[in-house]
Design a protein around this ligand. Structure first.
Ligand code: RIB
Length: 316
């Protein structure tokens, strides 16, 4: 939703965004991140390196996306599987603190997903994920949430850290309900995505590496993907739709400390803006501003901006 706010004597009208009731349903992964920072370099095969600091912090692409959207003011029902272990309790509590709606999170007997995240002195990172409980997320989980929101608008955001069959089930549910379905194809899939899934994606948001794994924007459009947004880090993002010129969104100025999770915050913000009714180019700008701000702190969530911070960045 856009509000017009006049600034009195200066006569300038500022457009501010504000939260809406349309939910952003996030279907995705939950990890606890084992974070090693200050490495002299990302280790090569056979090499041992020493890190300056070590922390265990909440992560997982889906959970980061949900937290990003909630911090921006969205109502975020989250669909995920978390272990009943101590790490799962920590992951759950962190999402609860962000105000994410957690009644569709299943606690399962498998260990909570974990990720080893290593960051060198230049901010470069490498990540190893063990999915654990995330592999237990099933398409059947879609039914209860779908029933709750049927008949009203919604935006569904999914990533590929959960089984692709589950993502496809959600894409079907989204299409059947007329909801916008955003797929963040991260991490890059090892195998081609099912044709059915691609045909159900409204907006695909690969980074450059993920796009290489998936084909080209042209081949994706031919597979039925309506809109492709390619994120290019410091080079901004390109919005590509069949038959339209490419719309380039420049990157917002940032001095990144850690880019881990920047894509997740971008996607959470994109979904939030679309749920509020922004048109796609404005939603992309909102997402780019959010993603840039998120790189200001170490870890996937510490840098996530509030609504006011994003609005201030957009107004600059
Ligand atoms: O996108 C960043 C995330 O990727 C980390 O939080 C880690 O858990 C991995 O899933």
């Amino acid at each position: 939703m856009l509000n017009e706010i006049g600034c009195g004597p200066c006569g300038i009208i500022t457009l501010m965004t504000s939260p809406s009731a349309t939910p952003v349903i996030v279907v995705g992964s939950v990890n606890m991140d084992l974070l090693f920072t200050g490495l002299p370099a990302i280790p090569r095969p056979g090499q041992t390196v020493t890190s300056d600091t070590f922390r265990i912090i909440p992560g997982g692409k889906g959970a980061n996306q949900a937290a990003a959207a909630a911090r921006l003011g969205a109502t975020v029902p989250f669909v995920a599987a978390i272990g009943t272990d101590d790490l799962g309790d920590q992951a759950f509590a962190a999402l609860e603190a962000e105000g994410v709606v957690l009644d569709q999170v299943r606690r399962v007997s498998q260990p909570t997903g974990v990720a080893a995240v290593v960051i060198d002195a230049t901010g470069e990172n490498a990540i190893i994920v063990n999915p654990g409980a995330n592999a237990e997320l099933r398409g059947a989980d879609a039914v209860a949430v779908a029933a709750r929101y049927a008949g009203s608008p919604a935006v569904v955001l999914a990533c590929l850290e959960v089984p692709v069959d589950t993502v496809t089930a959600w894409a079907r549910v989204a299409r059947a309900n007329g909801w916008t379905f955003i797929l963040n194809p991260a991490p890059a899939p090892a195998e081609p995505l099912p044709a059915e899934l691609l045909g159900l994606v409204d907006i695909l948001t690969p980074n450059e590496t993920e796009l290489e794994a998936l084909g080209t924007t042209r081949s994706l459009h031919a597979s039925g993907v309506g809109t492709v947004i390619v994120t290019r880090g410091g080079d901004g993002a390109d919005l590509e739709r069949p038959g339209e010129p490419v719309h380039h969104q420049p990157a917002f100025p940032a001095t990144p400390v850690d880019t881990t999770g920047a894509g997740d915050s971008f996607n959470g913000a994109l979904a939030t803006a679309l749920a509020e009714g922004l048109e796609i180019a404005a939603a992309l700008e909102f997402a780019a501003a959010t993603g840039a701000l998120s790189t200001r702190a170490i870890g996937a969530r510490d840098g996530l901006p509030t609504r006011a911070e994003v609005d201030a960045s957009l107004a600059r």
